[in-house]
Design a protein around this ligand. Structure first.
Ligand code: HAM
Length: 400
């Protein structure tokens, strides 16, 4: 038997109902914040992710589904959504139009990671990207929007927030950090590499020995320039005012290289080891980096599989009709009347002739509100016998 690939899974009911319910609710919320739908291809030029997510990131260096296509192009399955949306923003010259542009998207992403609970090789994200607002008010608004979504589904979470500095304070900080890291010979192999490629990622290391060695390391929040110091403190004040609780986590550097300034994650203790349900931040340099005009930008993405784990589907109300025939002669009339009803209602039909009890059972299984039956008597009287399965009442309806 041919099986689905490791880390990839089929989704059937009731999971699919949950997926659609989640997307519908999220769409309502982000529309209220002025976000519009965007769809970008699942396959992209590998260079896009190398340049944006970063060659040294785990995602690009270890986890890409990358291959050469028949036209000799180096392409890959998208590991995340931001880079494609930024490419599209630049390619469609929206950076030249100016103003504010806000997009949301959802769909599959691919990362060749070691599969475990909550971690898949094909997973789905609901993401948003906002272009054109440099004010930190937008950072607070974006966090508030993520919170609105998670609150709608009654998710238990903690917001972790950090600030990754800017072009003024980050370069000297990195130098200072590398000087410190040079004195630490026992850092793991990955951290030795990070020291050369993107030193702040050492703070993300899961190795307990590295975490111990990093305790006396210089910290970014003690080395902010005046603007970053004041912006970060304003953001925290605004979150306080909006009654949004958070934890400042100076180790939160995120696994994608395009971030600067605000970075945040929503983590939930109701998930296992993979506890991040959403993550995002500011990436003010990325549009320019991908060939566009300088455009301040910020966004986040929610891991749909992880959030669905924690969502209960509201019990669906009975809806629509189930049609059934009690004798062979009634099948044509059932077929015709069922099709007429479908103009305004959802309708299913029992294809084989059965007794009333069996049809009522089938209607119940379909979660239909009405069980509509035609038998010999009904054919004679040109009537449909209908049982309302919610109200437990019966009625008759004439037909031509
Ligand atoms: P990310 O933190 O890499 O950020 O992914 C966002 C969310 O996707 C995670 O918090 C997690 O819930 C889910 N996720 C990631 N990897 C997996 C996996 N292997 N299996 C299941 N779920 C997973 C981004 O992708 C950024 N593009 C977010 C962003 C948008 N930043 C700015 N704009």
């Amino acid at each position: 038997m041919i099986k689905a690939l490791r880390g990839m899974k089929d989704t059937l009911e009731p999971q699919n109902q949950k997926y659609l319910y989640f997307i519908e609710k999220c769409t309502q919320i982000v529309n209220r914040y002025g976000f519009e739908f965007i769809s970008t291809p699942i396959l992209e030029d590998t260079a896009l992710f190398k340049r944006s997510v970063g060659e040294s990131s785990d995602i690009v260096s270890k986890e890409m589904y990358q291959f050469i296509d028949k036209g000799d192009n180096d392409i890959c399955l998208r590991p995340e959504g931001t880079a494609g949306v930024v490419r599209s923003f630049v390619e469609n010259k929206l950076d030249r139009v100016g103003g504010i542009h806000k997009f949301y998207y959802h769909g599959p992403m691919f990362r060749y990671e070691r599969p475990q609970k909550g971690r898949f090789r094909q997973f789905h994200q609901f993401g948003v990207e906002s272009f054109g607002v440099s004010s930190y008010l937008e950072d607070v608004l974006i966090i508030k929007m993520a919170k609105d979504i998670l609150d709608t589904f009654g998710i238990n979470y903690t917001i972790l927030i950090n600030y990754l500095g800017c072009d003024v304070c980050m370069p000297p900080f990195k130098e200072k950090l590398v000087t410190f890291l040079d004195t630490q010979e026992d850092l793991c192999e990955d951290c030795q590499k990070r020291k050369r490629t993107n030193p702040i990622r050492v703070f993300d290391c899961k190795n307990s020995n590295c975490q111990e060695l990093l305790k006396p390391a210089p910290r970014l929040n003690q080395n902010f320039c005046e603007n970053c110091k004041s912006d970060f403190s304003e953001i925290l004040k605004l979150l306080d005012k909006a009654d949004i609780s958070y934890q400042v986590d100076s180790n939160l550097v995120r696994g994608l290289d395009y971030y600067s300034k605000t970075a945040f994650e929503f983590v939930s203790s109701d998930l296992g080891a993979q506890n991040a349900v959403a993550g995002g931040g500011r990436y003010d340099k990325l549009v320019e980096y991908l060939g566009g005009r300088k455009t301040p930008s910020i966004g986040f993405a929610i891991g749909i599989e992880r959030i669905l784990e924690m969502i209960e589907l509201p019990k669906k109300k009975r809806d629509g009709y189930y049609f059934g025939a009690l004798c062979d002669e009634a099948v044509d009339a059932v077929f015709k009347e069922a099709n007429k009803k479908r103009v305004a209602s959802s309708v299913t039909m029992g294809y084989s002739v059965k007794n009333l009890k069996a049809h009522l059972k089938a209607a119940d299984r379909q979660n239909a509100r009405y069980c509509a039956i035609i038998g010999e008597d009904e054919l004679l009287n040109k009537e449909i016998w209908i049982k309302d399965l919610s109200e437990k009442s019966e009625m008759k309806e004439s037909f031509e």
